[in-house]
Write a protein that binds this ligand. Sequence first.
Ligand code: J2J
Length: 592
Amino acid sequence: MMLDGCTPWPAGTAGRYRGAGLWRGTDLGSLPRAWADAHGTATALVAGPERISYAELADRVDRRAAGFVRQGVRPGDRIVLQLPNVPQFVEVAFALFRAGAKPVFSLTSHRAQEIRHLCELSGAAGYVLPGLFRGFDHTALGRRLAAELPSLRRVFVLDGTGVTDGDDLVVPLADVDAQPLPLPANDPSDVAFFLLSGGTTALPKLIPRTHDDYAYQTRTVARQSGLGPGSVYLAALPVEFNFTWGCPGVVGTLSSGGTVVLAPDPTADDCFRLIETERVTLTSVVPTVARLWLEERPWSDADLSSLEVLQIGGARLEPELAARITPELGCRLQQVFGMAEGLLTMTRPDDDPHAVLHTQGRPVSEADELRIVDALGAPVPPGGAGELLTRGPYTLRGYYRAPEHNARAFTEDGFYRTGDLASITPEGRLVVQGRIKDVVIRGGDKIAAGEVEAHLLAVPGIVAAAVVPVPDELLGERIYAFLVSRAEDGRKPSLSALKAALQERGLADFKLPDRAEYVPDLPLTPLGKIDKKVLSAAAADPAHPRDRWQAPPAPADRGPSPTVPAAGPAPEHPGPVRTAPAAVAAASTPTR
Ligand code: J2J
């Protein structure tokens, strides 16, 4: 039985996946003990000076699972899990699986807006948080939310910040520790945990992942990546990112008897040192991080010779950058196209060099079904570009508790509309061409334009807002906001005032606009929607006229776009509001 609010695969399809041996009835909660039985004294996790064997990891998971049960966590409870790259993330995730509870993976950069939404949407009974992390007091946020949300019964704090004696609401995570209990197994077809969608809507969606589907994904990717007991995987990006957690990532490496090394940050400094000292063989990064590593390489004397494969995915990889990986880092490049919703494609060791540099490879499962369709949903001729639709044994059939959104995001026959534009080569390799979804991909972080727009519209005086990506050499894209202001006093908040207002509203920092420009009005498409193509062209080209919006030159032959009529007298055009780009170091650390 699947948790309410989730969409199961149709019974016939599920039967086929089982019959073909793809879904094998694995309970993720049982894995640490099975791994310990197979690899007992081998090192499972390394974090700073700490080295944890498989046997120790399984013991900790058992003790923490019993601890959560003692703290009142019940099977089916949703628990928001917000921890950095520390062993406790892995222990807590598996302990919650063991206890039949369902972690909701959140980013450490999430603030009040995101966490409140995740707690409300999931009806979370608990919230596991870091305490004081990178200057932000998560415990205070947890306390506030628990006071507001009756379903939130417990807050667990990693570093003990803000914990007081005798408080049963806010407890130290260290206290989640008890004599192991016999606990019932999970139904493998049930939801094991929730990933966060990169999102296209004003409010982020939750992706239910089942025990069976995730076990299949990680096992398959680990096998295709040639992982074994000698493999050492560096978790350079945040562990809660699907790429880091299961592609093959943490779960795939542990399933293969290898060692997972947790990096506190994806910086070249930290990661090069760890690659050298731990003899890392595989790691995964977004293109922005790869670019920073390449820049640092000539200045570092670290020995990276153990590194066999660098997986790069999460955002478009420029061929120029792709071509530098092997000569400059001395390892093989593997391109990965993936999504928390499911589908993964990867280049393979035996692919020819052209395919590795210029394609995102083939789907990881024979049972993945891919379709490329035009704007009306009709298949495009072979090789043509269109929207990528997909379904398969590890791709969701519906977001959690989102029936209306699901009706749009899926076809009637269960294909997920990815919002990505792609083509497929005659050899069956995916080539990502762009996207039609309203998302900015900033250094690998996904930002739903609609979410930022909704917050900008709440700033006094702003009557229209449109957020578009603007190309950026380091981050790939930055967040550009076009704004129409009708403030009575004629004032237009500066970029820093806008950022402060959004932060005040509790929005995560990585979603704050990098640029803001006031315009008299916004261009509209013939159907009356805001014309983001025109705005993207304008964001990329300061010379693009703003007073009378014009369609971008190329294929447009439809004449100037109509504009949003100005309500009241058009304000004087103040010109773009800009600030210098944030310091490269700060701006370039992906937050997920
Ligand atoms: C262009 N765009 C890409 C690529 C993802 C492995 C790798 C990545 C993710 C991920 C993941 C891209 N080139 N190589 O979960 O397991 C964009 C697409 C896609 C969206 C999904 C994994 N790889 N993208 O990035 O859920 O637009 O997952 O739909 O965060 O990232 O984002 P997300």
